[in-house]
Design a protein around this ligand. Sequence first.
Ligand SMILES: NC(=O)c1ccc[n+]([C@@H]2O[C@H](COP(=O)([O-])OP(=O)(O)OC[C@H]3O[C@@H](n4cnc5c(N)ncnc54)[C@H](O)[C@@H]3O)[C@@H](O)[C@H]2O)c1
Length: 447
Amino acid sequence: MANEQQGGPKTAGSKVEPAKGKLGVMVVGLGAVATTFIAGVEAVRRGIAKPIGSLTQMGTIRLGKRTDNKSPLIKNFVPLADLNDLVFTGWDIFEDNVYESAAHAKVLDKDLVEQLKPYLETIKPMPAVFDQYYVKRLHGTHVKKGKNKRDLADQVRADIQAFRKTVDRVVMIWCGSTEIFLEPTAVHQSIEAFEKGLEANDIGIAPSQIYAYAALSEGVPFANGAPNLTVDLPVMIELSKKNAAPICGKDFKTGQTFMKTVLAPAFKARLLGVSGWYSTNILGNRDGEVLDDPESFKTKEESKLGSLEYIFQPELYPDLYANIFHKVRINYYPPRGDNKEGWDNIDIFGWLGYPMQIKVDFLCRDSILAAPIALDLVLFLDLAKRSQELRSIGIQEWLSFYLKSPQTREGLYPEHDLFIQSMKLKNTLRHIMGSDLITHLGLEYYD
Ligand SMILES: NC(=O)c1ccc[n+]([C@@H]2O[C@H](COP(=O)([O-])OP(=O)(O)OC[C@H]3O[C@@H](n4cnc5c(N)ncnc54)[C@H](O)[C@@H]3O)[C@@H](O)[C@H]2O)c1
């Protein structure tokens, strides 16, 4: 095994199957993020760029004591699919192949996209499950027809079954647009109710749920890069456990929320109070256009607002965090394209209540930040599927690290602090490989 070659720990306790053969990656929505992800993987495979931002490709993991000096690469410690073994396919409501879509998205340099053209143009989207009711700003033409939602789900299942014949394992990831804000209803409470709802074209069942239902019914792990109500539903948790198809939270944690979940834990650790946090963004890609619709924005807003409340725990620290004014704005501004600018004004207060301010101006590239997250989620969900311990537990809380809205078992509050999430992720890897967990206590060095 790879970890033995790297001198890693003994893995006698490890019950993770090796990553043999091809991993099929089914991407829902071949837009800016998806094409940056796929083109990026191909560029890395060809040795013309580095997978910067990807923990699975560049991250290391410390094993044993600090004095042991043992920190293998994560990909040499746990058996992950090799990038050369990834095979991509996907669905979109437009017929553009991945080359055309990447060129349209204008995230990557023209030169790079041209260099990768022969490969990218081989990936052509299958017709999508789509209904404009759920994404108001899009008008798709490359769309499946069916007599009801059940029929559409069966068509997606048929797509999965056909693709599965060409690869060894499959993972699905939603990189599609943000759907309108939906809340769980009776139809989402069990597999039976959901299946009846599919037959009856229940309005509470959005396209993303149809893909998720199809994936989980086929035993395929599912990641959700958008804030839609998709797998955070009892029916999906039930399917995930029943069919050993791991799921995790939603909405890639890339720009502003990434910063929030770094800064907020720092204020809390130092007991600095916060009276206001105003966040605003300008972006001009298609995602920005979709989010310009108030119903899609509401979905995003809920996801973005969640983190601070959980990190600050105002019920434990009423003097510091009970009265935070938290506002999030997203403004569609075409000139910027995918290069988003996110501003944060943070009003904090210190010793004796004296006020201070912090300004963050993050000039980021949305899809450049999201692509490595998509890659890691795909590889780690495939790992979870091959882990005897993880495959049937449903929600993979250890993947919260990547997501604005982590998913947890009912009654458990989510962990948003990026550093706790990072520790949880790495300890999960140590755990499934039968290696000692690292607590950072460190008293043994002073015996
Ligand atoms: N880039 C980031 O930093 C980031 C962070 C968090 C979340 N997200 C989310 O990721 C998603 C993708 O972002 P993007 O910038 O690539 O957007 P995009 O608009 O470029 O791509 C979305 C693609 O999904 C397609 N699509 C929409 N509905 C579909 C359906 N039902 N079936 C198949 N395809 C469908 C669209 O046609 C489009 O090609 C968005 O929901 C966005 O909110 C992005």
